[in-house]
Design a protein around this ligand. Structure first.
Ligand SMILES: CC(C)(COP(=O)(O)OP(=O)(O)OC[C@H]1O[C@@H](n2cnc3c(N)ncnc32)[C@H](O)[C@@H]1OP(=O)(O)O)[C@@H](O)C(=O)NCCC(=O)NCCS
Length: 185
């Protein structure tokens, strides 16, 4: 049985040209302070407790990183995040600190990738790379091509596959002796 169309006819509206809106869209967007709760939830399952940072530390880093911190959302739920801060030199950010020596992208010489985490349910599908591409596009737009990070939890191989090399310097305080400073020029 056909229903009544908008024009009062007995035919159902033609659905053949309707673009379906996906129920579980994948969205990447810059992080804001309101995302910190979701970041903490992923941190809790992605990192050993000794690497956990407070809400205050994340809020400060996201504020300093503004256009360089991204969340990847699936069906409105965060599945992965990237926190990066533009720096004026080859320094490193301290773990769990709200003192963030970030500079504006215009003044940046180095992009410090502070944290990349994918929820365990979503790993192995390249979501980390999706976020890294977003960061790279932002960095390139501002002429920043140098990256630096502190690799933890056996992630050195992951970063080497993405062109990072080990720097012959000790890890910054708080990371533990097995952390590895890496860079990409
Ligand atoms: C690192 C991380 C973000 C990568 O997630 P992802 O984008 O889903 O990447 P994948 O799972 O597709 O992994 C890509 C490759 O890196 C390897 N890899 C990733 N993390 C690894 C780890 N901790 N140890 C060893 N290998 C790892 C994978 O085996 C895979 O190798 P392959 O391409 O040769 O198969 C994710 O493992 C994670 O969130 N880890 C916990 C947080 C963390 O330690 N972040 C790095 C801090 S410096």
């Amino acid at each position: 049985m056909g229903g009544h169309g908008a024009d009062g006819s007995d035919e159902s509206p033609d659905q053949s040209n309707v673009v379906p809106i996906p129920r579980d869209p994948t969205v990447v967007r810059p992080l804001g302070a309101h995302d910190v709760e979701s970041v903490l939830a992923i941190q809790a399952v992605a990192y050993e407790p000794r690497y956990h940072e407070s809400a205050e530390a994340f809020t400060a880093k996201i504020a300093a990183g503004r256009e360089c911190c991204f969340g990847l959302f699936k069906g409105w739920k965060m599945a992965a995040y990237l926190v990066a801060v533009p720096l004026a030199d080859d320094s490193t950010l301290s773990l769990d600190s709200s003192q963030v020596p970030g500079v504006s992208l215009m003044m940046a010489m180095v992009m410090f990738i502070h944290d990349l985490a994918v929820h365990p349910d979503h790993r192995g599908r390249g979501l980390g790379d999706v976020l890294l591409v977003h960061l790279h596009e932002t960095a390139m737009r501002h002429g920043v091509s140098a990256y630096r990070l502190v690799a933890v939890q056996n992630s050195v191989h992951f970063w080497q596959q993405r062109g990072f090399v080990v720097e012959p310097v000790p890890p910054p305080a708080g990371y533990g002796p097995e952390a590895v400073v890496m860079s990409r020029r």
